[in-house]
Each structure stands twice: as C-alpha cells, then as structure tokens.
Write a protein of this length. Structure first.
Length: 152
C-alpha cells in the first residue's frame, strides 16, 4: 500500500510539471510603444532559461511546435502587417526532427504594429503557443494568454 501511495505521488508530481511544460523555461514580457499618431508597436519578448531553445514562427520542418500568436480581433484596432521576429535566429539540423530547424536561444522579441482607430485606451488580447527543447529532450508545448494596454 505504501509503495502505491509513493508511486502515485511521484506520478502526480511528474504530471504537474509536465502540464507546465515549456512555460517553466520561458518568461514573457509585453510592452506597447507609440511610434506615430495612433500607431503602436507591440513588443513581446521571450526570455528562455537554461540550455533550452524556442522554435521560431516558421520552425522549418514538421514536428516541433512553432511559436504561434493568436490576436483577438478588437474593433478599435487594426493589425498592420505580419508579426516580425527580432533576435539571433539559429538554423541547425536536428536529427530528432530529421531536418533543419529555426530557433532562438536566450531571448527573442516578436513585434507587431497596430493602428488605433480612436484615441481611446484599449487592450490587445491574445495567446502564444510555443515549445522548447534542449539537446536531450523537448518539453510539452504551452499556451499563455496575455493583455497589452494600447492608446489612451
């Protein structure tokens, strides 16, 4: 009975840490910067801990989960162009994915330009899905929601 309880607790601990997955290795910061009249630049920065790497928005091959942003439509805003990546992108062959993959180590900033239709204060709401790996293993993908104040 005692070994069953210990086994259950170990499994429960492993399950809880697996649920956190990639989110345990990446911290996110969100800022909005006015760059022109009613035009803002959203900067979403990932700080990647340890020896993990975060896959780019175009990972390069099927398999690793690319970093994907979903921005909620807002009637007070228009999203201008595609989201850009700013950082030192690494392209490397990974045997696990049988091809060349694109990723970032330590830090990367994702930039999206938005145009406000009015001077009213509002928010950009969204979510980011991402996955990290190191040379030994990959962690399960994570999804984080965010809210970035704009305007006002």
């Amino acid at each position: 009975m005692r070994s069953t309880i210990v086994s259950f607790l170990v499994l429960l601990t492993f399950s809880a840490s697996a649920q956190m997955g990639s989110a345990k290795q990446v911290s996110w910061t969100y800022t909005s910067k006015k760059i022109a009249d009613k035009t803002y630049e959203l900067q979403i920065t990932a700080s990647i801990s340890g020896n993990y790497h975060l896959y780019a928005m175009k990972a390069g091959v099927d398999g690793p989960v690319p970093t994907t942003f979903t921005l909620t439509p807002n009637p007070l805003l228009t999203y201008e162009g595609a989201m850009l990546e700013k950082g030192k992108r690494i392209t490397k062959r990974e045997e696990a994915w049988d091809g060349n993959v694109n990723f970032y180590e330590k830090t990367v900033t994702f930039v999206q330009k938005v145009k406000a239709k009015t001077n009213a204060k509002t928010n950009v709401n969204g979510k980011v899905e991402f996955m990290v790996c190191n040379d030994d293993m990959c962690l399960p993908p994570s999804e984080i929601t965010f809210k970035i104040p704009v305007g006002g």
